[in-house]
Design a protein around this ligand. Structure first.
Ligand SMILES: O=P(O)(O)OC[C@H]1O[C@H](OP(=O)(O)OP(=O)(O)O)[C@H](O)[C@@H]1O
Ligand SMILES: Nc1ncnc2[nH]cnc12
Length: 218
């Protein structure tokens, strides 16, 4: 069974939503995409949820997993609409009785393992993973590992934003490759879907005078 492919990446709906996803220099990178933009616009937030619900309403899913922290904002309304259980994949040390992935890297930082409570996925269950954005794929890889540790199957990883520059960058670019990372970890073949890519994310935030990048990691 496959997804409902009505909404193409960077299609008209994606282009509209992209206007509410500003970017600015933060955490030491030039383009940090801020989901706070669309969360502030109920009609746009609702549109995103509706698009995800439509895409996955035709797929057999047992559990929806959201990633700490921004996947916790997007996952629950989608899980409620699809009437599926929602499980949290949290950064280490936050929940009892967990399994833990290996440490992983994001576009701008190193992370200790991601965790999941042991009883939240059972053997053979079909899991949809949800996050706001995929860049290097380090975070999604940790989530996929957790599902595999509990013998579940990841049906897809779904994100509002997919930064395509990391999918298969030229060797001389210096960028990490998501394709290589997934292959090295045995995750190749697991689908990743993003509604919006950097190609249409053109809303550069106007920075206030005196703006400083006070993000956690540099
Ligand atoms: O594909 P990657 O390179 O791994 O980057 C993507 C991840 O980075 C951000 O999370 P972050 O760890 O900054 O956590 P936050 O949601 O708490 O800000 C984002 O929400 C994704 O989970
Ligand atoms: N460019 C980016 N913007 C927002 N969150 C991110 N997480 C990893 N890369 C990111």
């Amino acid at each position: 069974m496959s997804t409902n492919n009505k909404y193409a990446q960077d299609g008209p709906e994606a282009k509209e939503i992209a206007q509410y996803l500003p970017y600015f220099p933060f955490k030491g990178i030039p383009r940090f995409y801020d989901i706070g933009g669309f969360l502030y616009e109920p009609a746009i937030f609702q549109k995103i949820v509706d698009i995800f619900v439509e895409r996955y309403s035709v797929l057999q899913i047992d559990v929806i997993a959201g990633l700490d922290a921004r996947g916790f904002v997007l996952g629950p309304p989608i899980a409620l609409a699809l009437k599926k259980p929602f499980v949290m994949m949290r950064k280490a040390g936050k929940m009892p009785n967990t399994i833990c992935s290996d440490d992983y890297k994001t576009e701008y930082g190193n992370r200790s393992g991601m965790t999941l409570q042991k009883d939240k996925i059972t053997e053979g269950q079909r899991v949809l993973i949800i996050d706001d954005l995929v860049a290097t794929g380090g975070t999604l890889s940790s989530a996929i590992s957790l599902v595999k540790m509990l013998k579940g199957t990841v049906v897809e990883c779904a994100c509002v934003v997919e930064l395509k520059m990391f999918v298969d960058p030229p060797a001389d670019s210096g960028l990490p490759s998501r394709t290589k990372l997934f292959k090295d970890l045995g995750h190749d073949g697991i689908p990743v879907w993003g509604l919006i890519s950097e190609d249409v994310l053109t809303n550069e935030a106007k920075l206030p005078d005196g703006y400083v990048d006070d993000g956690e990691e540099h």
